[in-house]
Design a protein around this ligand. Structure first.
Ligand code: ZN
Length: 454
């Protein structure tokens, strides 16, 4: 923990932020990932990177961006257990900072139970929520991680412009996913009273208690609450829809995070919708990759968000592909509140990379990043695109793969159809469903590969 010096988490200059992140990343690598994660050690080894080489956020760019399909190629979410750090008592003692260790050892002498509890709090996963877009990916947190989650929640509450006096009624379905799991820690961290009533209990809770804030996951949930009591001044939407048109004059603020993550990013009261979601740069390094290839892009370029979490144990996320497409991480100070934290949005696309598509008679959930991975693995292509093609009749879109063969000159019809069939087979094997169509597009030769999703 250490003594905090300098500006608060949300007022640091980009340089101070970068220095803080570099130091936190080095600690995360030296004390958590390196010694206790066989999974990440293997990822690094396969990428030809030594643990000691990861000395700052710049060095992260060499680590391949990883997502749920990379972790669970066979589609079995149990493989997510590999993300959880393999920490035990001896490991904890070796990799805990001096002050905390001395405190703990002091306690061991007088109260052995307290020492053991402190170690368990640090190393043992006690809460899981289900992340993932195609799989129900369990994300583990230790007791100490939950303190960090609650601290992020307290910050979010402040950014939202709420106080400990503001009573929250949550109508979120209690489904074990990030939002439902984390919102109680937001309220706890903020010291705000809360009822997590779910869709069925929210109306009754609003009648019984003097709520100032309601949390919903979208327009239907808000409508289901009927006319809100006059004292409700804020609607939190734990999703990305813009609910302002149906908010009846109340302030609407979004509070949302990628589903495999650990926290919810808030909008600020003064900046509102246009200012975007405020992130926590001391808890997480957010970066941008090309959604088709996973290669690093400048943070403020459009692309897919990848996150590396700092200072938490349980499931370790490193260059984790969130499936969230953004127009560029915004790095200038927020025009609303002046905070200097990186911001996302307002326009974020969370579905295009993992759409539900029509394949023959079936609706299939397809991860276009995995389709792209199947194409990138072939050395016989000179260019390719994965295209999401809208259905002119308003139904589900189709996934179409367009490829430029690597051979010079015209292909025989037979060779072309063999190539297309092989590609369909590869995609089926990796992504779990074949594309609707594989077409030859010689004009793509030499072009950078792309996912054309919107
Ligand atoms: Zn702001």
């Amino acid at each position: 923990m250490g003594i905090s010096t300098g500006p608060a988490w949300d007022r640091r200059t980009p340089r101070q932020q970068a220095r803080f992140q570099d130091a936190a990343l080095r600690r995360q690598v030296a004390d958590s990932l390196g010694p206790f994660s066989p999974y990440w050690r293997t990822v690094l080894r396969n990428a030809g990177i030594r643990v000691a080489q990861i000395d700052g956020r710049r060095a992260l760019a060499g680590i391949p961006a990883t997502g749920e399909r990379d972790l669970c190629p066979a589609g079995d979410p149990a493989a997510a257990a590999a993300l959880v750090l393999q920490l035990d008592e001896a490991g904890w003692a070796t990799h805990t900072d001096g002050a905390a260790l001395r405190r703990a050892l002091g306690r061991r002498v007088v109260r052995p139970g307290a020492y053991r509890r402190q170690v368990m709090n640090a190393v043992r996963p006690v809460v899981y929520w289900l992340g993932g877009r195609h799989l129900d990916l369990p994300i583990a947190s230790t007791r100490d991680d939950l303190d960090v989650v609650a601290r992020a929640g307290a910050r979010a509450w402040r950014v939202l412009g709420l106080t400990p006096e503001d009573l929250l009624v949550s109508a979120l379905p209690q489904d074990g996913r990030l939002a439902a799991a984390v919102l109680p820690y937001v309220a706890l961290g903020a010291g705000a009273p809360a009822v997590h009533a779910g869709p069925a209990g929210a109306v009754a809770a609003l009648r019984a208690l003097p709520a100032a804030v309601v949390a919903v996951d979208g327009a239907p949930a808000l409508r289901a609450l009927g006319r809100l009591p006059a004292r409700v001044h804020t609607i939190l939407t734990i999703g990305l829809d813009d609910l302002r048109p149906i908010a009846d004059g109340r302030t609407v603020l979004r509070l949302w995070g990628p589903p495999d993550g650990r926290w919810l990013y808030p909008e600020c009261r003064d900046g509102g919708f246009d200012a975007g979601l405020h992130t926590f740069p001391d808890l997480e390094i957010g970066q941008t990759v090309d959604p088709a290839t996973g290669e690093a892009r400048p943070d403020d370029a459009a692309g897919e968000l990848v996150v590396t979490q700092l200072g938490v144990r349980g499931s370790a996320l490193v260059r984790w592909r969130t499936g969230v497409l953004h127009g560029g991480i915004r790095l200038e100070p927020c025009p609303g509140c002046g905070r200097t934290v990186p911001r996302l949005g307002p326009d974020l696309d969370t579905t295009s990379l993992t759409p539900t598509v029509q394949v023959a008679e079936q609706r299939v959930s397809l991860d276009l990043r995995t389709v792209a991975g199947a194409l990138a693995a072939r050395s016989d292509l000179a260019g390719w695109q994965v295209r999401l093609v809208p259905d002119p009749r308003g139904g589900r879109p189709s996934a179409v793969v367009a490829v430029a063969p690597g051979t010079d000159g015209a292909m025989s019809t037979r060779a072309a159809s063999t190539l297309c069939a092989q590609i369909a087979y590869d995609v089926q094997a990796l992504a779990g469903a074949a594309p609707s169509l594989v077409v030859l597009a010689p004009e793509l030769a030499g072009q950078p590969p792309r996912i054309v999703a919107r």
